[in-house]
Design a protein around this ligand. Structure first.
Ligand code: AMP
Ligand code: MN
Ligand code: MN
Length: 337
């Protein structure tokens, strides 16, 4: 089935929903728990766009700990960020970014459900269809693709600050323009963003190539314990590793440092599937799954209460790390493509 993007009616409804809020009304922007570059970049870029339209009462947040990963802490528009506890209580309009299911909104789900107007901007194939107006395009490389289109339809002109946010979102979700969904349209969007004067090299160094020394030592240790399982996934192979809270502690690193650990793991040529299991709390693991094309890992993730894309997905697992990996291994054959 070819994924279809928002219909003309949905775009029109989204524009109407935004305009239903006056420039003095409270507008709450929300992205997913443990936000990544796309969640924060699309949310803050859109927030800045609303500011350009004259909206004055804007707040942006995400559920859970108010921990913004270091590389994104200085994004333009980060002044809009507030801890979840300081979100508006009864906003007129709620806009949700990069969130595939209500569970990823945590305690903030009620804000969307209770608001007079709400729009969900997303690109996950696993999006459950929650919330008000749906702007979900599974073919979009990042939520920022959807955000830029809605900004354009609202009459916002891109400037360097908005562009930096949207570029960070696009670059992170496409693996720096390496993944399959890096289409002509993605490069055309990147060109429009770069035309505002932003510096891609400088942004990439800040986002991807700037980590504390302790993070390198931690990564070395966690990669050093990776296990290759060539017979998994019908012989296509699986490689996996894990990281505990004690590992983070020992190296004095915050949890977000592990967000990109899947990248070196998935570069292993002998394995189609890669898995990184990261301890989030005692007996609770945040599981990252990637495939090079043999397995629909979103199927595996959804079966465990998570979600994502066909070749990049995740879920929360419980028990021992090795048990969680065993469960994944056992499911791979069922989701061979
Ligand atoms: P990650 O491995 O954390 O980079 O996530 C890969 C993809 O899976 C992203 O599109 C996430 O939105 C999705 N994902 C990760 N964890 C979960 C989860 N617990 N529930 C739903 N979707 C998830
Ligand atoms: Mn995301
Ligand atoms: Mn995304």
């Amino acid at each position: 089935m070819t994924p279809t993007g928002p219909t003309a009616e949905q775009w029109a409804a989204a524009v109407a929903a935004v305009r239903s809020a006056g420039t003095g009304d409270e507008v709450q922007l929300i992205c997913h728990v443990n936000p990544d570059g796309d969640a924060l970049g699309s949310m803050l870029g859109f927030g800045l766009g609303l500011r350009r339209l004259g909206y004055t009462r804007l707040r942006a947040t995400f559920p859970g700990d108010f921990a913004v990963p270091g590389p994104y802490a200085d994004l333009p528009g980060s002044g809009l960020l507030v801890p979840a506890g300081d979100a508006f209580v009864s906003p007129r309009l709620v806009l949700v970014f990069d969130v595939a299911s209500e569970s990823r909104l945590g305690d903030l789900a009620g804000l969307l459900a209770g608001a007079p107007a709400g729009v969900v901007l997303d690109h996950h194939a696993s999006n459950t269809g929650f919330g008000g107006v749906q702007l979900v395009d599974p073919a979009a490389a990042a939520t920022s693709v959807v955000a830029e289109e809605l900004l354009r339809r609202l009459g916002v002109e891109l400037d360097a600050e908005i562009a930096e946010c949207l570029y960070v979102a696009l670059a992170t979700d496409t693996g720096s323009f390496k993944f399959d969904m890096t289409t002509v349209a993605v490069h055309e969007l990147a060109a429009r963003l770069i035309a505002t004067g932003i510096r891609p090299g400088e942004i990439s160094r800040r986002i991807f190539d700037s980590k504390p020394f302790g993070a390198m030592r931690l990564t070395g240790e966690v990669l050093g314990r990776a296990i290759l399982d060539p017979s998994a996934a019908g012989g296509r192979g699986m490689v996996w590793t894990y990281a505990t809270l004690a590992d983070l502690d020992r190296h004095g690193q915050p949890p977000y440092i592990l967000d990109t650990l899947i990248d070196p793991v998935r570069s292993v040529a002998e394995a189609d599937v890669s898995v990184v299991v990261k301890e989030a709390a005692a007996g609770e693991w945040s599981v990252s799954l990637r495939s090079k094309g043999a397995v629909d890992v979103s199927g595996v993730a959804i079966s465990q209460g998570g979600g994502g894309h066909r070749l990049a997905a995740g879920f929360t697992g419980y028990g021992e790390a090795a048990q969680v990996v065993d469960t994944v291994r056992g499911l791979l054959d069922r989701y061979l493509i």
